[in-house]
Design a binder for this molecule. Structure first.
Ligand SMILES: *Cc1c(COP(=O)(O)O)cnc(C)c1O
Length: 359
């Protein structure tokens, strides 16, 4: 067996211990004589799994009791529609802070259903900074304020939580579980699984219970958070395999010391990678230093005609999926929880060596 260091932005690396557990479990899960994929979601074993996954996620993020934890399908993108459909009546205002491509997409989706006010927009500098909070033009009676704590593509992360009275709705797809977060400050947190939680196919939504009664009457059942809250997310057949893997990842995180321990390692990984990028003449990162992402680190080569060579040689060295998003160019290293510090060390060594021979 040979495993690479996988810097994919998503679907992303999973912990090897989790993969090995899956391999072990597949033919005969928990003495059922079948794989988890073949079990009823209403069976005792699966219902226990679902309850444990929720309890462990609550523990990991210290989720207050007056929040529900939902596990829908549809990814983060479906939540971009569900947020307005569950929080705003047609014609209500919702504020959007756009600091990257995902926030822009969320605002575009919401504009189909309510009156979107772009409170701030960082596209004037190619999404490389976060506009000063005091400069945001917020509405007086916004149904909510939506923002993206970590923009996965340009690598821009909020290292603070916005203030104000409107409920905060946060797309945490690429930063959830990377560090502690004060959930009580939020109305809704949502995240697709395939970065820091598990395989694609399941979504985590954490919603304050007092917000569950605002959904439109004509909402489809599956687009209504309350349907999931009232049915333990079994309003229809849930993505059982993805849920099972998420449960294993939550247990892995707890064994590793939880999100506090993750935060320590993640800060160290990010800091040393940015330090190398800043120190080496051949590489640069365009993002303002106060909002560089801990999870997604884009970097540009001084000579972009060497991009292909960098990718080819890094791949040969066991460092994969470093190609940057086409809207940014260059490289991007996504260094989620399951990407070990040794991967970052190996990448830095490779970058130093590549600069020596090509720079
Ligand atoms: C990956 C990502 C998405 C898209 O998630 P899907 O699960 O594919 O819908 C949305 N927002 C952010 C911040 C992401 O990183």
């Amino acid at each position: 067996m040979s495993r690479v260091f996988n810097f994919s932005a998503g679907p992303a690396a999973l912990p090897l211990e989790v993969l090995e557990q899956i391999q072990d479990d597949i033919p005969d899960w928990q003495g059922t004589g079948m794989s988890v994929m073949e079990c009823s979601h209403r069976g005792k074993e699966f219902v226990e799994l679902a309850a444990r996954a929720e309890a462990n996620l609550r523990k990991l993020l210290s989720i207050p009791d007056d929040y529900s934890v939902l596990f829908p399908q549809g990814g983060a993108t479906m939540q971009m529609a569900m947020a307005p459909l569950n929080l705003a009546a047609a014609g209500d205002r919702a504020d959007y802070v756009v600091t990257g491509s995902w926030g822009k997409k969320a605002a575009g989706e919401a504009a189909k259903f309510c009156d979107v006010n772009i409170a701030a927009d960082a596209s004037d500098r190619k999404f490389t900074y976060i506009p000063e909070e005091s400069s945001w033009s917020r509405s007086d009676n916004a149904a909510y304020l939506h923002y993206t704590p970590n923009e996965t593509i340009a690598g821009v992360e909020f290292h603070f939580i916005p203030g104000g009275d409107a409920p905060l709705v946060a797309d945490m797809s690429s930063t959830i579980l990377s560090r502690p977060v004060d959930v009580g400050r939020f109305g809704v947190i949502y995240a697709g699984a395939q970065k820091n939680i598990g395989p694609a196919g399941i979504t985590v939504v954490i919603v304050k219970n007092e917000l569950l009664d605002r959904a439109r009457n004509d909402n489809p059942h599956l687009m209504t958070w309350k349907s999931y809250a009232d049915s333990d997310s079994m309003t229809n057949t849930p993505p059982t395999f993805a849920w099972y893997v998420a449960d294993l990842v939550f247990r892995w995180l707890l064994e590793k010391g939880g999100v506090e321990a993750m935060a320590e390692v993640n800060a160290r990984k990010a800091n040393k990678l940015y330090a190398a990028i800043d120190r080496l003449d051949f590489y640069s990162n365009p993002v303002a230093k106060d909002c560089r992402s801990w999870m997604n680190v884009p970097f540009i080569l001084a000579d972009d005609s060497l991009d292909a060579s960098f990718l080819k040689k890094s791949k040969a060295a066991g460092l994969t999926n470093l190609k940057g998003h086409r809207s940014v160019g260059g490289m991007r290293a996504s260094i989620y929880n399951a990407v070990p510090e040794a991967a970052v060390d190996a990448l830095i060594d490779f970058m130093v060596e590549f600069e020596k021979t090509h720079g």
